[in-house]
Design a protein around this ligand. Structure first.
Ligand SMILES: *[C@@H]1O[C@H](CO)[C@@H](O)[C@H](O)[C@H]1NC(C)=O
Length: 179
């Protein structure tokens, strides 16, 4: 009796477990095959809102950039690549910005300096072309940054932040658009 049930159970188990579907918003890789630009898509499907890199400060020999939805800002970097979890906005042959460690409540930031740093390897992509962090693509928001008046991209907004009111942030997905 047991012998005849056992194979059937195994067959059922492999049916159930062989092709796990990825969790909603879960990353499937640390690379994206093409150069891309980025769009924010609101949770209700509205958008796309083109995202841009803007300079957020320079100290001698080191440049910083962050990610914004500001319509009137000019974009510092035309496109990006994602390789082994490191986000590389393209600037020039001589300026090679890379992702800086992202923390909850902040905008993605990028550092340009020489010698070129390796970059933070915490970014990822879903198989349907969305950007994630630490395996999760569902934690992005657009928040009005009160220090600048811009709508900036914020990763996992925190309750009391000096630059925005978390309740006014809007949840978005960030789409990778191949160029
Ligand atoms: C808000 O804007 C300021 C000035 O550009 C910038 O330094 C800061 O990182 C921004 N804050 C967030 C959370 O994006």
């Amino acid at each position: 009796m047991l012998a005849s049930i056992y194979p059937a159970y195994l067959a059922l188990a492999s049916l159930v477990f062989a092709t796990p579907s990825p969790r909603q918003g879960a990353c499937t890789g640390l690379d994206h095959s093409d150069k891309f630009t980025l769009n924010a898509i609101y949770a209700d499907g509205t958008g796309p809102v083109p995202l841009k890199f803007i300079d957020s400060g320079t100290v001698p020999h080191v440049g910083w950039a962050l990610l914004t939805a500001c319509p009137s800002c000019s974009n510092s970097f035309a496109y990006s690549t994602l390789a082994a979890g490191v986000w590389h906005p393209y600037a020039s042959e001589y300026q090679k910005p890379v992702s800086w460690p992202l923390i909850a409540g902040e905008s993605p930031s990028f550092i340009s300096e020489y010698p070129y740093p390796t970059g933070w390897a915490g970014y990822c992509a879903t198989d349907d072309g969305f950007l994630g962090v630490n395996d999760d693509a569902s934690l992005w928001s657009l928040c009005t940054n009160q220090t600048s008046g811009r709508l900036d991209v914020v990763y996992s907004p925190v309750a009391s932040h000096a630059h925005y009111v978390a309740n006014d942030c809007a949840s978005v997905k960030i789409e990778l658009v191949d160029v």
